[in-house]
Design a protein around this ligand. Structure first.
Ligand code: ME8
Length: 640
């Protein structure tokens, strides 16, 4: 981001309201928050947008399965996102909801503009649709002719009248943009994936649906009331409708500034292909960067409710501290790569990087200045004794900003930590306690002041990642972190005025691994493996058994044994289970009853039907009984 550019516009994806926020959502939002805070710190007029994506078939179905209206349901989940971001002190300037009336105005304007330009035409769509990903596919893209190549869920055949956007018309211009603007998509490897995809040829995009209702209707002047906007056409527009597009353009000047869209790699295609093509059609400028980060997994697996391995960001923040969690997320994984969440890695980062490198340094100068100078720290002799250390630190800090705007936040932190290394090494090398003994007080005091100055610089630079922690550090060092002080301390490289350091409680108390409340599954030792037939409790809990409420049951045609069940295990969508129990239960007798389901079995196909779990049953010569709770339990309750 260049200095002449005075406006910054930072966005997260707008999250679907079919799911409560988890670590993945928190990750994107925290990256965006860091960028927004840094932009403000360096004096850019910054707009930070987040929000929720509330239309589409997926939401309509999720609401229906809970017996709620889509709007009621969207209100509830959107509220959960907003309150988590508020609790997490996310510094968003606007929280948009696609059910906002102003947003709809903008979607209409965009549709009308594209239509007037000849970029929208009406035809028939025939293909496959994945509701979970809200994505159209052609048959050759499917796995086993049926399953979504992205999420693996079954797709449905769609055959309906639709309006199409002439995406193919923009193929060449998109390729030109990727070539001309080196950093439009970050990281580079992801950009290459996009280029390869576009080079295979773009089909025009179906942008309306007629088979469901929950969406933005077409503008009245189109006189075609049965169509609603395809959810991505609706959702992507949020980035401009939030600025007043279609209403009063009140904040559209942010769109002409530097726009950075943060997204997960799962939705890069929509942002790097459809979105710029829509913008080209609307004659609007293209974003500066679209940054696609990797995927957080748990124990190497994709997180999903059905696997019961979702990491709740609130729980982690409550247990380990919000800012420690922020630091960990940004430091642990290079932007663009997948990361596996583990408590052990988080604790190691807190104890090592934060506790040892940063927290101890603070304690040490409080201790030393308490002993040597009644807590007064004076920078007068810093350059006399430590010019090299100061210059080395400044040289590192001068390289940091591009890491932020090019989204290499782990590199940013890694480099910044080198300043702490300079500080820690200087204490070891100069041994101020020895200098005091030798009567070289001036030198000892200069060393303490050197460290205080290095800590001051680090706290300013780190403040967008750990705002409150850095505010405490700077407060102890006698200054406030503001854009003015960014200029003084970082840009103009001024040293601190004489001040009295304030005592601080330990910033990062050490966490022992034994304190973990839910230790991660251990790998069984050889000895354990040898005890045949005996499993550990951890091994038992690898099988996730849950209470399933049977919503519907029907016979599988041409099968003597099988029933097809729709069961609720407390997830967004019911699961389909194919059970070999027809000899013992009629379909009608099962609906509304409960049973125990093995919920983390790999889905399998039985007589061509997908089965997502297995019901537990006991069978003897008298017959078969499903294993059921003694009294009704909430769907999805864990058994074990
Ligand atoms: O896609 N690891 O919404 P969504 C990292 N409504 N990030 C993750 C993640 C994980 N395991 N899981 C989710 C949508 N995310 C659309 C967006 S924008 C115009 C419309 C993050 O609720 C990541 O940022 O499915 C991903 O892109 C986003 O959540 C998807 O959120």
């Amino acid at each position: 981001m260049s200095e002449n550019c005075k406006k910054a516009y930072i966005t997260t994806p707008i999250y679907y309201v079919n799911d409560v926020p988890h670590i993945g959502h928190a990750y994107t939002t925290i990256i965006a928050d860091t960028l927004a805070r840094y932009s403000r710190l360096i004096g850019l007029d910054t707009m930070f947008l987040t929000g929720t994506d509330e239309h589409g078939q997926k939401i309509e179905e999720a609401a229906k399965s809970r017996g709620r209206s889509p709007k009621e349901y969207a209100d509830e989940i959107s509220g959960k996102f907003k309150s988590l971001w508020d609790e997490f002190d996310i510094s968003y300037d606007k929280f948009i909801r696609t059910t906002d009336e102003d947003h709809k105005l903008g979607v209409h304007k965009a549709f009308e503009t594209m239509h007037a330009k000849g970029d929208i035409y009406k035809d028939n769509y025939e293909g496959f649709y994945c509701v979970s990903c809200e994505t159209f596919f052609t048959k050759i893209q499917l796995v086993d002719d049926e399953f979504c190549p992205d999420c693996g869920k079954p797709t449905s055949i769609v055959k309906e009248e639709s309006y199409f956007f002439k995406l193919s018309k923009y193929e060449e211009r998109l390729l030109q943009w990727y070539t001309d603007d080196e950093k439009c998509i970050l990281p580079k490897a992801k950009k290459n994936e996009v280029i390869n995809f576009v080079k295979q040829g773009l089909h025009d995009l179906s942008i309306t649906r007629t088979s469901f209702d929950w969406g933005v209707k077409l503008p009245e002047k189109m006189n075609d009331p049965k169509h609603v906007m395809y959810v991505w056409m609706d959702a992507l527009m949020n980035y401009i409708t939030a600025l007043g597009y279609g209403k009063d353009d009140a904040n559209m000047e942010y769109w002409n500034g530097t726009t950075v869209h943060l997204v997960g790699k799962d939705i890069l295609r929509f942002h790097a292909i459809y979105w710029p093509a829509f913008l080209m059609s609307l004659d609007l400028p293209l974003p500066r960067h679209i940054g696609a980060h990797g995927w957080w997994t748990r124990d190497g697996e994709k997180m999903s409710k059905s696997k019961g391995n979702v990491v709740d960001p609130r729980e982690v923040a409550n247990a380990y501290g919000l800012e420690n969690f922020r630091y960990f997320l940004l430091r642990e994984v290079p932007f663009g790569q997948d990361g596996d969440f583990s408590q052990k890695a988080l604790i190691d980062r807190i104890n090592s990087d934060l506790g040892n490198d940063l927290g101890n340094l603070m304690n040490r100068i409080i201790g030393m200045s308490g002993k040597y100078s009644n807590l007064v720290i004076d920078s007068t002799n810093v350059m006399k004794y430590h010019e090299k250390e100061i210059k080395d630190a400044e040289a590192i800090i001068d390289t940091l900003e591009p890491f932020i705007f090019e989204l290499q936040l782990n590199r940013f932190l890694e480099e910044l930590w080198k300043v702490l290394t300079i500080a820690n090494q200087s204490i070891t090398a100069y041994e101020p306690w020895a200098k005091i003994k030798e009567g070289k007080e001036e030198e000892a005091m200069a060393l303490v002041a050197l460290v205080a100055n290095l800590l001051a610089k680090v706290s300013v630079m780190l403040s967008s990642v750990m705002p409150k922690t850095c505010a405490s550090i700077s407060d102890a060092l006698g200054f406030e972190i503001t854009p003015e002080n960014f200029n003084t301390i970082i840009k103009d490289k001024k040293l601190l005025e004489t001040f009295t350091i304030k005592k601080l409680p330990a910033l990062f108390p050490r966490i022992e691994h034994e304190e973990l409340e839910s230790p991660e599954p251990k790998v069984a030792s050889k000895k354990e493996k040898k005890a045949e037939g005996i499993i550990t409790i951890d091994q038992f809990f690898e099988t996730k058994i849950k209470i399933a409420t049977i919503l519907e049951a029907e016979e599988v045609p041409k099968s003597d044994r099988l029933l097809k069940l729709k069961v609720d295990v407390g997830e967004n969508e019911p699961r389909q289970v194919i059970a070999g129990i027809k000899e013992f239960y009629t379909a009608e007798s099962l609906a509304g009853t409960q049973a125990c389901l093995v919920a983390n079995l790999k889905p399998a196909k039985i007589m061509g039907l997908l089965s997502e779990g297995m019901l537990l049953a006991a069978k003897d010569k008298e017959g078969l009984s499903l294993i059921r709770p003694e009294s009704p339990k909430r769907s999805g309750t864990k058994v074990g």
